[in-house]
Ligand binder design. Structure first.
Ligand code: CTP
Ligand code: CA
Length: 226
């Protein structure tokens, strides 16, 4: 219903959406990941397509079906996601980074299954590349939308990410609330923008929130970029 009010307002625009968790392998049978369901990103991809965009969906493992008409590229690790995103970014006017990228990966992936031994073990992790920050450093930057999942000091941390990663917009979720963010069908959010403006979105379905995000993007895309 919401999308029908803005039919085709993203025609001629290519949007990349990243969604879901990443998986960082420890050995052939184990990995590090997080609770991201991918639903928010898939909702953005579906809504953008319904509004006429060409949509490239770069997805971590979610078990979700690709929305109709969306070009999906499936990835596992943060570094896989980075490679695919950087390969396709030149085609894109807009990038929406909903993915919950693992911040760290095991320093080494063991070729053989790790056998249990002592009562304690230590796994050394190393930092993954920050894909969004890398996009923010590009000379020809697309319109960049980040997400911030926080459990405290929501606005402060989100504003910091907006500035540090050189974004146009950030969607901040308080994931401590239970009805927002990870693994639920609803979300409430705070939008912060490069120009210092802010907008609060009350609790709504992820499909509705996706359209609210796209409303902001559509109205802020410079005419010459269309
Ligand atoms: N992000 C990314 N690459 C990473 C980590 C995060 O592209 N290696 C992106 C996410 O997709 C999201 C935004 O950065 O759009 C913010 O992610 P978040 O985890 O909230 O912030 P971090 O910068 O990782 O900081 P922290 O987890 O310490 O809060
Ligand atoms: Ca993080």
């Amino acid at each position: 219903v919401v999308a029908a009010l803005r039919p085709g307002d993203l025609e001629g625009v290519t949007v990349m959406v990243t969604a879901g968790p990443t998986r960082e392998e420890i050995d052939p049978v184990r990995f590090i990941s997080n609770h991201s369901s991918g639903r928010m990103g898939y909702a953005v991809a579906r809504a953008a397509r319904q509004r006429g965009a060409r949509v490239i969906l770069v997805s971590g493992p979610t078990g979700l079906a690709a929305p109709a008409g969306v070009e999906r590229i499936c990835v596992e690790s943060a570094r896989d996601m980075q490679a695919v995103v950087m390969e396709h970014v030149k085609e894109c006017m807009v990038v929406v980074k909903t993915a919950a990228v693992a911040d760290y990966r095991p320093a080494e992936r063991k070729g053989d299954k790790i056998k249990k031994q002592a009562a304690e073990m230590t796994l050394t992790l190393v930092k993954n590349p920050d894909i969004l920050a890398e996009l923010g450093r590009l000379k020809k930057r697309p319109f960049l939308v980040g997400f911030a999942a926080e459990t405290s000091r929501l606005e402060e941390y989100a504003a910091q990410k907006l500035a540090e990663k050189n974004l146009d917009m950030i969607v901040a979720n308080d994931v401590s609330l239970g009805d927002a963010g990870f693994n639920v069908d609803t979300n409430r959010a705070l939008f912060l923008f490069r120009d210092g403006s802010r907008q609060e979105c009350p609790l709504m379905s992820k499909d509705e929130l996706a359209n609210r995000i796209l409303d902001q993007i559509a109205s802020r895309l410079p005419a010459q970029r269309r």
